[in-house]
Design a protein around this ligand. Structure first.
Ligand code: DUR
Ligand code: ZN
Length: 148
């Protein structure tokens, strides 16, 4: 797993908690905040944005990634995710695949429970992209030789 400094870790956790305020979740009432630390030290926040046509919902993690990528940033150091639930909540399958497209397999993902004190990092579950999506399909697979 790639390591991040304590100040960056704290900054990122605080940003994920803050990002949750941007959630538009009138249907599920489930707020999610995500924050990405970029290679140049920026923090990009995202929240879940739901739709009356439920399938149109976009998760917090994808909001953050699409914001960053569409603004020209594609190099990430870490991701933090926060919800109002008292235990760490992990990204959904679609988000895992989108994270895998842009982030190294060794990149840390911090799952931050509600009521968390970021100064202590108590209760934060830390896993890599590969932990969350083992044996994954990625961009390089499209370049592999195809017999015949
Ligand atoms: O990791 C997750 C899991 C769920 N959601 C959102 C989607 C929907 O708005 C609500 C309930 O599924 O939470 C996220 O943003 N990220
Ligand atoms: Zn998702």
């Amino acid at each position: 797993m790639t390591t991040i400094s304590s100040p960056d870790r704290e900054r990122l956790i605080r940003a994920a908690i803050e990002a949750k305020n941007g959630a538009y979740s009138p249907y599920s009432k489930f707020r999610v905040g995500a924050a990405l630390l970029t290679a140049d030290g920026q923090i990009i926040k995202g929240a879940n944005v739901e739709n009356a046509s439920y399938g149109g919902t976009i998760c917090a993690e994808r909001t953050a990634i699409v914001k960053a990528v569409s603004d020209g940033t594609r190099s990430f150091i870490a991701l933090a995710v926060n919800t109002d639930v008292a235990q760490p909540i992990s990204p959904c399958g679609i988000c895992r695949q989108v994270i895998r497209e842009f982030c190294a397999l060794e990149m840390p993902i911090l799952l931050v429970p509600a009521g968390h004190d970021s100064a202590l990092s108590v209760g934060v579950l830390e896993r890599t992209v590969e932990d969350l999506l083992p044996l994954s399909f990625g961009p390089a697979d499209l370049e592999l030789p195809r017999p015949g």
